[in-house]
Design a protein around this ligand. Structure first.
Ligand SMILES: [Fe+2]
Ligand SMILES: [Fe+2]
Length: 330
């Protein structure tokens, strides 16, 4: 169903600021870090020593850790899915115009592409995981696509990205912390710089929503409510191992992430609280009746979710993934 003219008008109005968004929230190619800056330089004389260091430092990291790092990397590698999804939003013109929303999406994609690249190369050099199995998982995930419940609606998509960029910031940061605690400096740095990118992206999408709230508060509120009622699904919701059914690996991956404390239900609730606060959801007045109800729903949701979360136990038994051998050594 086509979106209302109002939504398209708002998208057009906000689009005029795209250049300033790119300047403010993204970093030019010539200035930003590249994966090679963080990885062993294979053109240098002592590259073997650097690779040995990676392999040595990685020995202390446990099974759940490798599973989470693999799934995080695969999630990043499914970037073609995310770019094509965003390009398909109502209000985005891919053809002809170089200064519109498509510019934002292309530049954002260019930055994001470095994340999977970095982690993929690290995992490959670590020698701790079965790369071929992982590569099959990545290919499956891209083939399987995703459905994040936004349709082509830009309001819902920007809620999703505001939420999800912060979720990835948290999870990369925590993985980096765990790596650092085990003396793995190189990996810790990779995770931290990636987390830094995710934070800038989060701030950008959060701002897009903020501006849309100024133009179309009731509809923006309803879109926010709709996304939270559906729950924000992970971009790797359909992840699978080779030979297994679609989405079959997701729950075990998510359990590993919860056990490690890399990304938990409490983080989800915390993100929602932060978004409510930043957008000052409680301050909105003069909304339509439905949007007022949506506002009240959103304000009550974090506490409601906290009560439910305290009753959910995380399974302790580790699933055996094809990506990582039992002792982490193949
Ligand atoms: Fe990323
Ligand atoms: Fe991201």
């Amino acid at each position: 169903m086509a979106l209302s003219n109002m939504r398209l008008e708002v998208m057009k109005t906000v689009e005029k600021q795209v250049d300033s968004f790119v300047d403010k929230y993204l970093i030019p190619v010539e200035e930003i870090w590249q994966p090679t800056d963080l990885l062993p330089n294979l053109q240098s004389e002592n590259y073997i020593e650097e690779i040995k260091q990676i392999r040595e430092e990685s020995k202390e990291l446990g099974y759940d850790f490798w599973v989470v790092l693999v799934a995080d990397m695969v999630t990043e590698e499914a970037l073609p899915t995310y770019e094509s999804w965003l390009m398909d939003m109502e209000g985005v013109q891919q053809h002809g115009r170089q200064d519109g929303w498509s510019k934002w999406i292309r530049h954002w994609t260019g930055e994001e592409n470095r994340h999977g690249d970095t982690l993929n190369k690290y995992l490959y050099l670590s020698g701790r995981v079965d790369m071929r199995e992982i590569e099959k998982t990545t290919q499956h995930l891209i083939s399987d696509g995703f459905d994040i419940g936004t349709g082509r609606d830009p309001y819902k998509n920007f809620i999703y990205t505001s939420f999800q960029e912060l979720a990835t910031n948290i999870s990369h940061k925590r993985v980096g912390q765990l790596a650092k605690n085990k003396g793995n400096k190189m990996l810790a740095k990779m995770c931290n710089v990636i987390a830094g990118d995710e934070m800038r992206h989060h701030l950008a999408y959060r701002e897009f929503v903020n501006i849309i709230f100024e133009h179309d508060p009731s509809e923006m509120m309803l879109a926010f409510q709709d996304m939270m009622k559906k729950k924000i699904v992970m971009p790797a919701q359909f992840i699978r191992e080779s030979g297994e059914g679609i989405a079959s690996a997701f729950e075990n991956f998510s359990n590993a992430a919860q056990r490690l404390g890399v990304y938990t239900t409490y983080d989800y609730i915390d993100i929602l609280r932060k978004l409510n606060e930043y957008w000052q959801i409680d301050k909105f007045t003069s909304l339509t009746d439905d949007a007022e109800k949506a506002r009240d729903y959103l304000m009550a949701l974090p506490d409601r979710m906290t009560r439910i979360a305290s009753r959910i136990a995380i399974p302790e038994d580790q699933h055996q993934f094809k990506w990582v051998a039992p002792n982490g050594r193949l």
